[in-house]
Design a protein around this ligand. Sequence first.
Ligand SMILES: Cc1cc2nc3c(=O)[nH]c(=O)nc-3n(C[C@H](O)[C@H](O)[C@H](O)COP(=O)(O)OP(=O)(O)OC[C@H]3O[C@@H](n4cnc5c(N)ncnc54)[C@H](O)[C@@H]3O)c2cc1C
Length: 413
Amino acid sequence: MDGASKIRTSCCIAGGGPAGMMLGFLLARAGVEVVVLEKHADFLRDFRGDTVHPSTLEVMHELGLLEEFLKLPHQEVRQLGGQIGEDFLQLADFSHLPTKCKFIALVPQWDFLDFLADHARQYPTFKLIMQAEVVDVITEGGRVTGIEARAPDENLEVRADLTIGADGRGSIVRDKSGLETQKFGAPMDVLWFRLSRKDSDGEQTLGRIVDGKMMVMLNRGDYWQCGYLIRKDEFENIKARGLEQFRNDVVSVAPFVADRTNELANWDPIKLLTVRIDRLMKWYRPGLLCIGDAAHAMSPIGGVGINLAIQDAVAAANILAERLLRNTVSLADLERVQLRRDFPTRMTQSLQIILQNNVIHRVLGNPDFRLPSVMKLFNRWPFLRRTPARIVGIGFRAEHVRTSSADHADSGD
Ligand SMILES: Cc1cc2nc3c(=O)[nH]c(=O)nc-3n(C[C@H](O)[C@H](O)[C@H](O)COP(=O)(O)OP(=O)(O)OC[C@H]3O[C@@H](n4cnc5c(N)ncnc54)[C@H](O)[C@@H]3O)c2cc1C
């Protein structure tokens, strides 16, 4: 880029979402020079999932930040259940997990990211540049050597020993670097919106399946965060049928909100999440590694996207921090990150695909859907709820913080 401001660093991270901020924090904490580029001016954006799972809370605990983190306003989900027609099913119970926190904390993603950014800024080797939109990767002799970005008043050219693509499922880094993506279909999209909550509604975070319709309701204290599932690409048809019809559909799934669906005064507060499942065949090439949604977009089933992104960041920091300090990151090191995280990603996506195709696809538009009777055993035998709790709460390969802390922040220098 002609006339661009030039920055030189060890590690340049594109994207300040959960993956990028956690990796930036962990690397800076270990003493690595790191620059994070985030295209937005702040972290306050549309709802993007609030589910901080026990695996992520365990990471916060290992970092010594858990107590402070839990001072942020949050709700704690200890069980997950589902209302399926007339039947109520308890599906997951987190109380037996071998983790410090035996619950999912519902924390707005912007609070979580602000929290990480505030802590990362305590390290002198951390730099976060907001309103810097990555537009290209710089490649020299087949190796990625940095990225180009646009900021409001200038262009930036960041040269780095290692570039990380953590810019989410629409990753420009992965597109520009020619990494190949494997795509898996999804039969549904999700409409996200809020409805106010009354104490008389009950507390439980739960899924509801009624009359061929399906909705998830997360208890966020004074409101419900609702995710209404629709068939893929149906949103325009739903809009064409009108808002009143949509409100009626919502009431038919959750009758107790009938007195407040007028809060949906127009379509603006109803946000479409186009569900996508994909993953990179190879997460890396010389000088570059992708993590989080940039490496694997997840279905919202289980609310695991944030947590997998965090786990990727922890694994990447564990494997790469020392090598970045010595500037000896090799292609084999990048491959090790993928090998470490590929298995949990594949397993989680496979389960999501099985659930999408065998439950969600069958439910949507099919009022005759009935709960298979074998599922009722979950109500009778509570121990059955431990496995779903473990898969959702911890996942398939828990990562633990192995990086050390550079002296600065601990000693209060
Ligand atoms: C509506 C919705 C609801 C969701 N619900 C849940 C849920 O309940 N639970 C859950 O776990 N997950 C949920 N997810 C998924 C979850 O948000 C992601 O899986 C998770 O945030 C992935 O983290 P990430 O850091 O990899 O990517 P992202 O969170 O997407 O972060 C990428 C970051 O990069 C920035 N960026 C993008 N392009 C550029 C660029 N060119 N230059 C600079 N910066 C850039 C973006 O602004 C963003 O800050 C939801 C997603 C959506 C959209």
